[in-house]
Design a protein around this ligand. Structure first.
Ligand SMILES: O=C(CO)COP(=O)(O)O
Length: 256
């Protein structure tokens, strides 16, 4: 089954205009395998600058721009929020939705995340839906229950058929920014669970959805992780701020 491979950079609240420029010129020389897309998700104030610079540098076509969050509302009195229309205006193609930091720090619920996924799809943007369990939940053998409880509200909201346009990022919370990566075997087993969970509702969709792994991915561990059958790329935090390291990670991805 051919699936799109994706390497996405989540800069979180880091980076600068100068890093945008540096990253674009570095990525323009990276050799990507066939069927691999790269997505850079800088903080919102830099989206427009990325789009302008990408155009003036003729950035290769399979490198895209992503946002880290979006409002579930169309427009109106929502101070501080950013709409899907605004993202479309600045050439954004992807939106990270439901990152664990949004869920834990900003108390986004799975229902709200489902609304955001719907708004994103309705605007013709691709959501990168993040799911993942905490360390306590893994220890209590609750991983599968937690992942199912994060996926089901989205399936209920948009319908399983629309998942064909969704990217899922599995990010175990205990592996984020800790240097503690899930072993390739553990990550593969969890990705397989996610794919089977989707397959229970629609096999064709399950075969097609790119499943990214996130959590302390770096230049040293990416190859082994990306070699797993059900891992179709990664969502990279800290290592995506280091231009040379991110280039290595991008060139390690293989389209399946
Ligand atoms: O949260 C992440 C990406 O969204 C992962 O962050 P790190 O790669 O820094 O662990």
């Amino acid at each position: 089954m051919k699936r799109q491979a994706i390497v996405a950079a989540n800069w979180k609240m880091n980076g600068s205009l100068s890093l945008i420029k540096e990253m674009i010129s570095a990525l323009n020389s990276v050799k990507l395998a066939e069927n691999v897309d790269v997505v850079v998700c800088p903080p919102a104030p830099f989206l427009s600058a990325f789009a302008v610079c990408a155009q003036s540098e003729s950035l290769q076509a399979n490198i895209h721009l992503g946002a880290q969050n979006v409002s579930e509302h169309k427009s109106g009195a929502y101070t501080g929020e950013i709409s899907t229309d605004m993202l479309n205006e600045v050439s954004v193609n992807y939106v990270i939705v439901g990152h664990s930091e949004r869920r834990s720090v900003y108390k986004e619920t799975s229902t709200q995340v489902a609304h955001k996924v719907k708004a994103t799809l309705n605007a013709g943007l691709t959501p990168i839906l993040c799911i993942g369990e905490s360390e306590d939940e893994r220890t209590a053998e609750q991983t599968e229950t937690v992942l199912a409880s994060q996926l089901q509200p989205v399936i209920d909201e948009i319908g399983i058929d629309k998942f064909i346009d969704v990217v899922i990022a599995y990010e175990p919370v205990w592996a984020i920014g800790t240097g503690k990566t899930a072993s390739p075997e553990m990550a593969q087993a969890t990705h397989l669970f996610i794919r089977q969970f989707l397959a229970n509702a629609n096999q064709i969709v399950a075969d097609k959805v790119p499943l990214l792994y996130g959590g302390s991915v770096n230049a040293a561990n990416c190859e082994e992780l990306f070699a797993q059958t059900d891992i179709d790329g990664g969502l990279i935090g800290g290592a995506s701020l280091k231009v040379d390291e991110f280039k290595i990670i991008c060139s390690s991805a293989k389209g399946s």
